[in-house]
Ligand binder design. Sequence first.
Ligand code: BGC
Length: 860
Amino acid sequence: MRRFCLGLSILFILVHHAAAQVPAPSSADIEHRVDALLAKMTIEEKVDLLGGINGFFIRAMPKLGLPALRMADGPIGVRNFGPATAMAGGIGLAATWNPALAERVGVEIGRDARAKGVHFLLGPGVNIYRAPMNGRNFEYFGEDPYLTSRITVGYIKGIQSQGVAATVKHFMGNNSEFGRNSTDSIIDERSMREIYLPAFEASVKEAHVGSVMDSYNLTNGAYLTQNGYLNIDVLKKEWGFDGIVMSDWGATHDSIGAANGGLDLEMPSPVFMNRANLLPAIEQGKVSVATVDDKVRRILRTAVRFGWLDRDQVDFSVSRYNQQGRETALQTARESVVLLKNEQNLLPLTKGAIKTIAVIGPSAYPAVAVGGGSARVQPFAAISLLEGIGAHLGSATKVYYARGLSTTAEMANATVFSTAATNGQTGLKVEVFGNGDLSGTPDTTRIDRVLNAGGGGPGGGGPGGPPSAGTLGTRGAAGPPPTSTRWTGYYTPQAQGPHTIFVESAGLEYGGYRLLIDDKSVIDNWVVWKEMLSHVTLTLSVGPHKVVLEQFRNPRGFGGFGGPRVRLGIVAKDSLIEPAAKALAAKADVVVVAAGYDAEIETEGGDRAFQLPPGQDELIQEMVAANKKTIVVLNSGGGVDMNAWIDRIPALVEGWYPGQEGGIAIAEILFGAVNPSGRLPVTFERRIDDNPVKDSYYPETGTRRIVYKEGVFVGYRGYEKNATKPLFPFGFGLSYTTFKYSGLTIVPVAASDRYQVTFSVTNTGKRSGTDVAQLYIGERHSKVPRPIKELAGSARVTLAAGATKKVTISIDSRALSYYDVGSKQWRADPGDFDVLVGRASDQIELRGVLKLIEARMSAR
Ligand code: BGC
């Protein structure tokens, strides 16, 4: 215990020391200086400042002493301008439930940014998790606004303590990736206030964030880059945000709309907010000089506030190869991993007792450290699970390895098609049309041996580089006309039986695809491009089967990270798994299967399926059939369909995207050197139909409107309302020890709106460990429909075996309130509130009641 406290105080000193590096000028001084700079500028120069340059910069204005201001993607590390520390993904950081650690992560990312001379770090990403399919869930902080806000505030404070502006994104309603440039999120006011806005609000009010990024989508009918209600009324006026509102890359659609709708900076270049558009608009009184001045002030204010006019942003006291960052990445990975299942205490494994271990699966090697897209930071080196386990065990234990499964590219390459049912040529007929609906005669026709095109390597200019014009340059803008393609071929199985059939089709944005087997639609992503990689299992009879894949693509959209790619593969189910993997599994003392997604299929620019990629369910089934001691380790940004194997395997570990040191951390957990302490920041559903957004995740038929019908009942709030038992509840995570709670008291704090909730946590097991005690509040008889309970606090408590610690969590009126749409205030009505303490949302151990005598209203 003493060691823990000492650790904390050292951490505090570190952070404190770091924060002390940048003395904050007073706001009067800042405004004075900003006024003086503004007075020196012509209207043309002011307008010039409102659009980015060279992909990731605000242009320099030498006469003001303003250097070019450099931006780099976060949130997992500093992606641009070369390699950098790759931390655990956002969802993993949230799974630590540790805001102090989030601050440390922020400090290290901030230090990496300073080593690269970066002024703006484009993170954190704080969009709420509604469903597991969102391709960017891995960057974000989960389904709960309270937990998300706590992690967000820590992270931003850490970054900004280094003289780097954080950019909280994507404001707002960007909770899915399919068609993200054109979907319109319809969210009622109360749900916005209670679920989707709090992390942004906390960024502004508590962390004084430097910048906010407007998202690609529309919310309630208006593109965010011209959404005056959200940008001006809520963000700037109500919350008092005094920094920069920048667009996501290519998310701007109108010059006057953006100028008057609260956008301050158009990125990556001024396609709309430029001299040609704005000078006449100013002349005609459509945009006021005061509006332009306000934008320029925000840019200058941020530059002055962070000291960018007074020092070089490159800090030579920071190493580019950041050892402190590596330590933090390792610690974050350790705390992020969630142990979900551990029958008969199979884990931890005993190092000396295991002579042979088989590490099998697509995620075993190379490391799957981060998901894909603009968050795909390239570490100097990343340690895979295979290497982590090998290094942990040393040479006394034999570590076997097999991938176990071909890649989708290999499967597509090995699929033999013929152009006709009989006597055809090898391959598929390809017809390319100069329109989006396969109409008329094709422009070109050819025969391709297989369908395995595009892909390979991260796109968008690749990690570290500025995005290529070919992808980013066309985002959202009008481009060449759409095209469509039809591939037709015949597939003849070697024998009758179940076959896995998949299509991988990435980089469509405004596009879709469908697959027909024997003229029947088996995969339909035509109207809504739901997922980049889809697969089905069909029993095919002997004889030729007609296979038709149709795809359309409208290049006005963003080409996707990695560029367009399309693959089609058919594999007999009984030949999916490499025989060598089965042999190794049968021979080894223990098997670790590393399964899940990777940066190609869980990525920005498209969604993923709820199912694991083709063949992985079978891989897990085969491994556990060969060896009962099979532990599954998953890489995912959220819930996964586990029905094919969850009841057969004894142990399951959720590794998320654990960052560059993930292999070490997971090995330490498997062998008990570290006791797992991660807790789910999302609910894992058993079936996707159990998810409260099952009818509201995709647009309403025939529209682009995603109506958030579930209202505030997202995640556990919805499962509890619908009385649906999830597979693993929000807040859940096992430990190698056990904890007990006792002695709940609720005491009002005199002369305040606060209450202190106190209880004790005891480690009742035989090892030391860290618990995450969770406090939930629920109003018993509410006037408006409210969740049964909502997270209001949590505490990470590290305890030696047998030790007890008293925990106090302080809550205020906001923890009791709902957003009252009528009065536009937070309102707590008099009555009884349940005060619940537990280890997960559905494992409550202590119950108390808080009686509120008088209503409480507040604007915050
Ligand atoms: C992403 C942003 C990112 C930007 C710059 C966009 O595609 O949505 O999160 O910061 O690109 O790379």
